[in-house]
Design a protein around this ligand. Structure first.
Ligand code: GLY
Length: 378
């Protein structure tokens, strides 16, 4: 496991994303939203801020953020959208873009994305197109957005033809991850986000995975280990993004579990039946099992992955998805539609063991189909 980042005077940990010419900090700690005004004033003196958030997050955190901005002498306007994935749409984008423009946000000003993955993706994308690009500060309020989507600059909306098909790389200038914001989230949502934490161990850091085996439940329940897990995840992601910002190589490792997972999520209609992290959890188990099936990975490592995800209460088998799913051919069609498919060839993230994921291009579709059919019959 990577060494924990140094604590600052505020008790926050700082992880730096070392992008050439555009480095930025991720601040991680409990209660950071109440000091966000001072952080922004130091970063961009004189800037005004458009806060983009959703109704649920606004109820919990908007007043804190507005008060903090006011105390730092920063003028702000809130653009409040409906919660949920449906808002990541052309209509949602129009609402946010028009809200930012009517707030008279100019290029030296800032957009502040306050919320989970939907708000971060939508506000980040809106910021990338308003006036050909306004800087964005990400203030993620879910575990999933703190450890994954707020870092690395992927922004976008869904097309009626698929998820995240319209978007841009737009790196934030600062990420403020207030771990106390996770205290009010439903346990299922925190567990779902935890799948992305476990992903960093499974894909590239066996020591982190070992630590999670010991501390995973504490991370989920909100003990002291939580901020450490968020920092470790952000360090892992920052390192990958710094060496491959636009996913021409190693960044694809972050898709571990996502090709199978995305097909299951789509098969369940992107509904509450299967949250994103739950789908990723099953997808990672399938990726390890498939790697073992191909003789690439020791079977005991595939079993270890399943045991840990089960131990923290995540689903690990297709049969745990409630309700009907498409048949195996239907799932294969969904896998083929995934944007991780390049010119028809299936690309999977497979593993040689815990912490040793690699990108496998030209994976044989018939072999995947046979494996999936066996898994469903088992
Ligand atoms: N969530 C995967 C990535 O940021 O590349």
């Amino acid at each position: 496991m990577s060494a924990p980042s140094p604590s600052s005077e505020t008790g926050a940990r700082t992880v730096r994303v070392d992008l050439a010419g555009r480095p930025y900090d991720i601040l991680i700690g409990a209660g950071l939203l109440s000091g966000i005004g001072a952080q922004i004033a130091a970063l961009r003196p004189g800037a005004r801020v458009a806060i983009v958030t959703d109704r649920n997050v606004a109820e919990r955190h908007l007043a804190t953020v507005e008060t903090s901005l006011r105390a730092a002498g920063i003028g702000s306007v809130a653009v409040v959208v409906a919660p949920g994935e449906k808002t990541k749409s052309y209509a949602g984008l129009e609402q946010v873009v028009e809200g930012i423009i009517s707030a008279r946000i100019e290029r030296r000003d800032l957009v502040l994305a306050l919320g989970g993955g939907v708000v971060g993706d939508l506000a980040g994308f809106a910021a990338s197109v308003v006036r050909r690009g306004v800087d964005v500060v990400q203030a993620p309020t879910t575990l999933l957005s703190q450890v994954d989507s707020s870092v690395g600059g992927k922004t976008g909306i869904n097309s009626p033809q698929g998820k995240n098909l319209v978007g841009a790389f737009h790196q934030p200038v600062l990420v403020v991850a207030d771990t106390a914001a996770l205290d009010t989230l439903p346990a299922r949502e925190v567990r779902s986000g935890y799948a992305e934490v476990a992903k960093y161990g499974l894909l590239g850091d066996a020591a982190l995975f070992g630590w999670l085996e010991a501390k995973g439940r504490e991370v989920i329940s909100g003990g002291a280990a939580r901020a450490e897990a968020v920092a470790a995840s952000c360090m892992a992601k920052a390192a990958i993004v710094a060496r491959d910002e636009k996913e021409t190589g190693d960044r694809a490792l972050l898709n571990l579990g996502h090709t199978f997972g995305h097909a299951l999520e789509a098969g369940a209609g992107f509904s509450d039946r299967l949250l994103h992290g739950e789908a990723v959890s099953i997808g990672m188990c399938l990726a390890f099992a498939y790697s073992a099936h191909l003789g690439l990975c020791p079977g005991q490592d595939a079993v270890r992955a399943v045991r840990h995800l089960e131990a923290v209460g995540l689903p690990t088998r297709i049969s745990q998805v409630p309700g009907d799913l498409p048949d195996t051919d239907g799932l294969m069609t969904l896998i083929a539609q995934d944007k991780k498919v390049s010119r028809g060839a299936l690309t999977f993230i497979l593993a040689r063991g815990i912490g040793e994921a690699f990108i496998a291009r030209d994976v044989d579709a018939a072999s995947v189909r046979g494996f999936l059919a066996d898994m469903r019959a088992a």
